[in-house]
Design a protein around this ligand. Sequence first.
Ligand SMILES: *[C@@H]1O[C@H](CO)[C@@H](O)[C@H](O)[C@H]1NC(C)=O
Ligand SMILES: *[C@@H]1O[C@H](CO)[C@@H](O)[C@H](O)[C@H]1NC(C)=O
Ligand SMILES: *[C@@H]1O[C@H](CO)[C@@H](O)[C@H](O)[C@H]1NC(C)=O
Ligand SMILES: *[C@@H]1O[C@H](CO)[C@@H](O)[C@H](O)[C@H]1NC(C)=O
Length: 799
Amino acid sequence: MHPLLSLTVSGLLALALTLEKDSSLDCVPRKYVPYHNRLIMKHGLRTCGDLSLGDNAHLFREEGVFNYSIMLLREDLNLLVLGAREAVYALDLNDISKKLSSVKWEVTQKQKENCKNKGKDPETECKNYIRILHKMADDKMYVCGTNAFDPECDYMSYADGKLTLEKKAEDGKGKCPFDPFQRYASIMYENYLYSATSMNFLGSEPVLMRSSPVSIRTEFKSSWLHEPNFVAMAQMPESEMSAQGDDDKVYLFFSETAVECDCYNKLVVSRVARVCKGDLGGQRTLQKKWTSFLKARIDCPVLESQLPYIIQDTFRWCGPQQRWKDCLFYAIFTPQSDTSDLSAVCAYRVSEISRVFAEGKYKTPVPVETSFVKWVMYSGDVPVPRPGACIDNEARKAGITQTLDLPDRTLQFIKDRPLMDQAIRPIGDKPVLVRRGPTFTRIIVNQVQATDGEKYYVMFIGTEKGTVLKTVNYDGDTFIIEEVQLFQSEEPINILKFSNITGQIYAGSDYGAAQIPLATCGRSSSCMDCVLARDPYCGWDKDVGKCIFLSDSQSELIQSVKEGDASLCPDAEPFKPMNRSIWPGGNLKLHCHLPSNLAKTTWERDGSPLTPSTRLQLLGDGLLILNASESDAGLYRCLSVERSRADEYTTTVAEYHVGIGPTGSGRGNPITPQAQVGGPSVTGLQIIVGLLVVSLLALLAWNFYNGHLPLPWNCRKQNREQSQDIHIHGDPNSGVAYQDAPRTALAEDKPLVPGTDNGTGNNHHTRGEAAFSAAEESETDGPKVTVPSLQYIDDESEI
Ligand SMILES: *[C@@H]1O[C@H](CO)[C@@H](O)[C@H](O)[C@H]1NC(C)=O
Ligand SMILES: *[C@@H]1O[C@H](CO)[C@@H](O)[C@H](O)[C@H]1NC(C)=O
Ligand SMILES: *[C@@H]1O[C@H](CO)[C@@H](O)[C@H](O)[C@H]1NC(C)=O
Ligand SMILES: *[C@@H]1O[C@H](CO)[C@@H](O)[C@H](O)[C@H]1NC(C)=O
């Protein structure tokens, strides 16, 4: 190869890698737990004895039944009630693979016929998809289904181990969607159903409705709801200890086409809306409609994204005291356009949302030109009582004790102006997590007190690939502890629930339901792995020599979630090397699985580092020796080098005595090399190099085009080099660069050391000169995020 050419190539490579390194968005989960491994563990086929098999995943699915998309936790009955297509199940909350009872709810032939005649697909749309499952005050359950595009609700009870539908056949219009593919939201609050869905066959009449003796709903006006996509609902007991005598609220999260956007194309924005529990509608104006429906834009600013991200799910987190002012909403956002594969999580204070509705300014429509309307901040007089406010002490003092007493002026104002001027901003004005990869679908958040006394929020995020990501943000440093594959096929997680009674997470998809614990600490078999996992639920118990769940232990555990400081770990027992032998000229693979995706492998032979070459190839899962000769004999050691904030730790993962000749176990079976590194012709090389240059230039251009830089999220700088898609190994002799086999996901719970019976790693760590500066790390907070540039006019006076 021409030296100049090779210089150019390596320069470009370096540049490309630097750019890619900046991409903290690719944040690799420290462990990846594949589906089959879990199953193996479940059936106890594992040989490695020190994993606790008891707390592993459980699955439920029934042959021929699909769309497991609604769950009700009946902790009082120790049940998980699971709704699927045409069926409801009662499962054991502690082990959902145990079905206790089930009830079918199928559409009749006549209903199916009707549905088909209206142009719907008889095999998909004309079925009964269970969409609503709530507990009633009398311990019964309220259940609704799409019922072949004719929604229906019913009451269901569980007694003597049996689920029973009462067959009351209540009209489900406005409660449950007609269309099974349409998103909706509902909650049961003080025995009234609050639902957000479309109330007609065409799906053109969206409502937020309360089904009470006097049903209250939204107006059919595009300024109220404009082609909405409902996401979630939550109630908030804001009357508690309220000095103003405020009412409880129901919040609704959704996205809709923006009416206020001063733009040509349709723009979708995320919203939060809320109503007051005690709302009875107006007397003449807004009769049987909400007088307290207010909405605001909710922002999650991702990079310099021009288009606002769209809300997909929210989780209400409240502390153990359940004081509403401490509550948070965590929300998932995905891009508006398909050009990006980022997903984000933002967190919001309920008190902040509440404040915007209680004190913020309104937007008002102002006609400009002939048919065009601009939405601007309203700066005129606001009527009293304040439009959209709940009935409070001040209103009561003025003789207004219910919304029916509200004056027309207040009602007319809110009828025309339900939108707040101010948008809701996330805590810290930026997302808590942004990640490239499988789209996020659902989220739950749990708080845990680690051994350092601090409380951490742990996010469990479902993805469209059937995995759950477990993520913690340690002082702005995003760390993905693990990614667990819950379902065999890559199907979206469409529901996630958490029970603090069982401490289990429940997930649903089209093909089944799954249950996992908050943590499976036993996946770490060494102290080093346990501590570097930085899982706030897990710590190493020196006395029993196991990684265990915090609350299961009375003794002091070794844990260091913020720093990943494993210096307190005891030295592990020395290794018993395995014996391997090969014939001269033969091939041998020495297996070595690292417990972490963030660790790098290095190999030693007889104590000195091994340089990979065409004959000694480093693979993702081991070392390949080709065309062995006498000089290949020796003691091989596979080392895992993992850097945390505290230090760089080196552990021995495997050791092999390799002899030449037919001694030992003789398991040196021939292996065909995977990477073709023979002796390609010079022309071939030049072509490859040329192609490399072109693709690198494309990669660079793509990086810039997509604006992946600069990147404000601090995702383990030291891990970034692990997160590149391309891994390049250079052969110093030939100057040939070739691409490694695709990074294989680490199956961390294979026996780490084949042949060792104690299963503990040998952890002599190298401390000192390469000490990693934690201070430096935490300073790189990155540039500030810019607000999405929606074109708003701030004030009426600007027109
Ligand atoms: C129901 O599950 C099937 C998978 O069998 C899927 O193709 C379909 O889209 C799902 N329907 C809904 C409404 O989610
Ligand atoms: C579950 O949560 C409730 C409300 O936060 C709390 O009172 C209760 O102690 C929790 N139970 C467990 C087992 O943690
Ligand atoms: C490897 O071979 C040596 C003798 O060559 C023997 O002492 C040792 O026990 C063997 N180790 C294993 C794990 O079989
Ligand atoms: C294997 O190595 C020997 C020298 O040790 C060499 O003569 C031979 O050509 C090599 N075979 C292959 C296929 O590279």
